[in-house]
Design a protein around this ligand. Sequence first.
Ligand code: SAM
Length: 312
Amino acid sequence: MRDSFDREIHYLRVSLTDRCNYRCVYCMPEKGVVFHPHGNHLSDEELVRLIRIMAPLGFDRIRLTGGEPLLYPGLAALVRGIRDLGIPAIKLTTNGFLLERQAIPLKEAGLVSVNVSLDAVDEDVFYRMSRRHAAERVIRGIDAALDAGLDVKINAVIMRGVNDGQILPLLDLASSRHCCIRYLEVMAMGHLHDQAEKYLFSQKDILSVIATRHKFRPLGRSGSATASYWQTDEGLRFGVIANETEPFCRDCDRLRLDSSGNIYGCLSSNHPILLDNKEDETKWTEKLQQALLQKQALRFTGSDLSMLHIGG
Ligand code: SAM
């Protein structure tokens, strides 16, 4: 499928649930958020049916996310169902809280890689970001995923004045596990739509902090990747996802599906297109085409939607 800018769209990000066991400060305000009613969630069968329609249209990469996807009952069975459709790249984004136990079953079901969100190594700073004490537990989850043979990346959102002191400790952690870490600029999404700038710790700022300790050289950004990468003289690769200061929308190759069956062409779009489970394949294909029309040429403009709902 191609959008109106002739980009080939072949990557689907699926939010399996908007429920989460964290309360991250970039996802929700202190008073919490209104969740979708449970009954609205897509069933496993509906998801597999949708992916069965999308596979012949060229979709070959699926990322399962949320909310927190490890809270989704029967996740391993769903991964197996998607693998059996012949999708080669099934990936997961998780906060890692429940990963220690689920890493092996997910790998056996066909999961290829996992991005684990870890915004701090220090428990107090971790709490300030997620309103939970779980850093140590997440690190055990990362180790379990590595032991299970999954490709693991660590993702850390960096917020000015909250966890910017964790950039080097997180790099040390990634280095000790020989895994790649990506730092994310905070995005103007959800309740931060109008105030992300206050917390923005830019790619330039992140590189300046790392430069106090390491020499590194740029590796660039490849294809539709969201991160640009660098390599330190010691051989460690790290990335920055600079959504705000160096938007990469022009290379976007994805659609998003939220846990109620709404499809979005763009993170900046607040106009969901509902895939009704009573509709047939032709109708769903038409709606996928409509979602492609939401795709923008270049600039991420933010949205009132929280990543919790649309899927991070
Ligand atoms: N619960 C899973 C997790 O924590 O990885 C998956 C969903 S969560 C919404 C995915 C990720 O979205 C977060 O860890 C964070 O990296 C990113 N995210 C959410 N809101 C964000 C924001 N306003 N700015 C930058 N990243 C954000």
